[in-house]
Every structure is written in C-alpha cells, then in structure tokens.
Design a protein around this ligand. Structure first.
Ligand SMILES: NC(=O)c1ccc[n+]([C@@H]2O[C@H](COP(=O)([O-])OP(=O)(O)OC[C@H]3O[C@@H](n4cnc5c(N)ncnc54)[C@H](OP(=O)(O)O)[C@@H]3O)[C@@H](O)[C@H]2O)c1
Length: 328
C-alpha cells in the first residue's frame, strides 16, 4: 500500500507519498481501506519532530479516518467486512490502509457521506471528552471556545449549541467570526483586537464562562482564569501559546474554579477515561445529534492524500475554516 511518510523532521515538503508494507489486523483490531483522513494540528507538530507517536502506534501521521472494513482480527464482533465506518486513530490515517482497535471504530452517522465522516472522530471525541464528560457542560451554561474557526472549534460551537449552552468564540478575523456565528456562536470575539475577558463578561452581564475550551495554554492561562464564572471549569487541550504560564491559585480558590489539561492520543484503549469509553459515549449520545443535522462535519477543503504537504501548508497558513480532508 501507499502512505504519507515523514522523510525527516521539517516543513510540509518532508511529507512523501511512498510504498510501505501492507497491514493485517491483530486480535481485536479491524483493517480499514481508507477513503479519507483529515489534518489535525498535532500532525504538524509530529511532522516537525515535536510530537512522536505513542508507543506501539504507527509512524505514519493521521489521527482519524473514514473507510470500509476490509478484514477483522481474531475475536472482533460487531463489525463486518464491507461496513462503511470512521475511526479514531493513534496514528496511521494518512494511508491507503489502517489497522485500529475495534472499539475505536464508529458507524457513519446518519446524513454524513463517507469522505466527510473522516473529519469527525478526532474533533468530536476531543470536544466530547473535555467539554461534556470532564467539564460537564449543561443547558444554560456559557461555553467559551478559543479558536472557534478551527477543526476543534467548529465542532465545539455546534456541540455547545446542541446541548443548550450560550457559546462565545475567539477567532482571528471578522470573516471567520461571521462564519462561527453562522454555525451558532452567540458571542464573537476577535482575539487580535478585543479582550475576551471583557467581551464575555459584557455579553453575560458579568457572569463569565462556565466552561472554557482552550487551545492556547500558557499565554492565555491567567486571562482564562479571569473569565471563569464561579464554579467554572477551564480545560486546556492545546499549547499554541506555550506550555508554561502563571496560575494564580487565589483567583481560582475565590471562584471555586478548576483547571484541567488533557490529551486524547496517548490514552489507553480500555479502562476509565480510555478511548473505548469516549467512542462509545460519542456513539450513544452525540451520533443522534449528528443524525438530526445539529452537529455536522465542517469541511474547509478536500485535498488528495498524495498532496498532504499542500494540506499542511493550508493549516499552517490559517487558510482553512473547519477541517482539511485528505482523500485517498
Ligand atoms: N489535547 C487533545 O487531545 C487535542 C486533540 C485535538 C486537538 N487539540 C488541540 O486543539 C487545538 C486546535 O486543533 P485543530 O486541529 O482544530 O487546529 P486548527 O484547525 O489549526 O485550529 C487552530 C486554531 O487556533 C486559533 N488561534 C491561533 N491563534 C490564536 C489566539 N491567539 N487565540 C485564539 N485562537 C487562536 C486559530 O484561529 P484563527 O484561524 O481564527 O486565527 C485556529 O482556529 C490545537 O492546539 C490542537 O493541538 C488537542
């Protein structure tokens, strides 16, 4: 089969469309013929040499895909050869074939075509596990989503709205904020020239955000704590603004608020907080919202997999709104 490999750490040009050995499923795994994969910001870091795959995962990038079940490993139940599915991966999605634990496979949700489904698993599992399972977002809460125009952000806006929250977003241009508003964002904040703490407080009569989904990390830590409502929950999932920041515990204590940081890729498959648990909950509680059309994949562009370097460039330049898909 052919796959995108990283010839050496570096820019988008180090991605190569190469011949690699065929795969076969081990016990408990499913072999998929990949229809499409999608680019995640983590893939850019992996390409640069800053985010190695977890132990045992493929060296080929790609954290999600859609495709057709081609073979079942020993002991797999619930899937049949020929099923059209999408899957959450620890790596290996930028390829014509991938193997994945059966528990990380999802049926295509109603109303979503095979290629577009590639843009769902990583972002919805990330948003669901953090915003819903960990931070317990509920109807009437205020959710602040940083980077609302990105892959994660466009999913978080829709999930927040579907669950009855008021959603505030930050993005880097008026045009991108207008598109976030079309997806349902109630409060739009340009991070280049507006203070998100002031804007969220203004829009919520001083209440603040009950839940913050943050992609920036260190550079936003103090202001994210400032924007939290009493009892608020800040969940950091990205470190685009650095790994370190100063946390004023006094502010946190006064608000009875909490700060968490989580990663999805390195989680075990089974056990509490494992990928199987997240995928099962997404299937049970989020897939019906997708089938109703209340949450859908937001596709910025579709690029041939062999031209993955062009797709990485697009994400790096901030050109994409939503997901960039890689079609086999
Ligand atoms: N922990 C996990 O398990 C996990 C899983 C998946 C993703 N992530 C993280 O989630 C983040 C988003 O991932 P993605 O794949 O959706 O990437 P993406 O589509 O490239 O989105 C990145 C976003 O960052 C925004 N941004 C840049 N500078 C900003 C600033 N100063 N303030 C607020 N937002 C800013 C961009 O906004 P504009 O384009 O409007 O400028 C863009 O929307 C990344 O940090 C990624 O590493 C974490």
């Amino acid at each position: 089969m052919r796959a995108i490999t990283i010839s050496q750490p570096g820019g988008p040009e180090v991605l190569r469309w190469t011949e690699v050995p065929d795969l076969s499923p081990r016990p408990g795994e499913v072999l998929l013929t990949v229809a499409a994969s999608a680019v995640n910001r983590a893939d850019l870091l992996q390409r640069q040499g800053f985010y190695p795959p977890p132990p045992g995962a493929s060296e080929v990038p790609g954290l999600e895909c859609s495709g057709t079940v081609a073979a079942l490993g020993e002991g797999v139940t619930g899937w049949q050869v020929g099923d059209q599915v999408c899957a959450l991966l620890a790596g290996g999605g930028y390829a014509e074939q991938v193997v994945v634990p059966a528990e990380q496979v999802l049926p295509l949700p109603g109303g979503v075509d095979l290629v577009s489904a590639a843009g769902l698993p990583e972002v919805v599992c990330t948003v669901w596990s953090n915003v819903v399972q960990l931070a317990g977002l509920s109807a009437g809460d205020v959710l602040l989503v940083h980077g609302g125009a990105g892959g994660i952000g466009t999913a978080a806006i829709q999930i927040g709205k579907a669950l009855g929250a008021t959603v505030a977003v930050t993005a880097g241009s008026a045009e991108r904020l207008a598109r976030c508003a079309e997806l349902g964002a109630d409060v739009t904040i340009n991070y280049r020239d507006q203070d998100f703490v002031d804007e969220v407080r203004k829009a919520t009569d001083g209440h603040g955000a009950d839940v913050v989904l943050d992609n920036m990390g260190g550079s936003y830590l103090d202001r994210n704590v400032d924007v939290l409502a009493t009892g608020g929950r800040l969940v950091v999932i990205g470190m685009q603004g650095g790994r370190k920041g100063e946390l004023d515990l006094g502010k946190l204590l006064a608000k009875r608020a909490s700060v968490a940081a989580t990663g999805l890729r390195g989680r075990p498959v089974t056990g509490s907080g494992g990928k199987a648990e997240i995928v099962a909950d997404v299937r049970a509680r989020l897939w019906p919202l997708v089938a109703e059309g209340r949450v859908r994949p937001i596709i910025g562009s579709v690029v041939p997999l062999a031209e993955a370097s062009r797709a990485h460039q697009a994400l790096e330049n901030g050109e994409a709104f939503g997901k960039v898909l890689l079609k086999v």
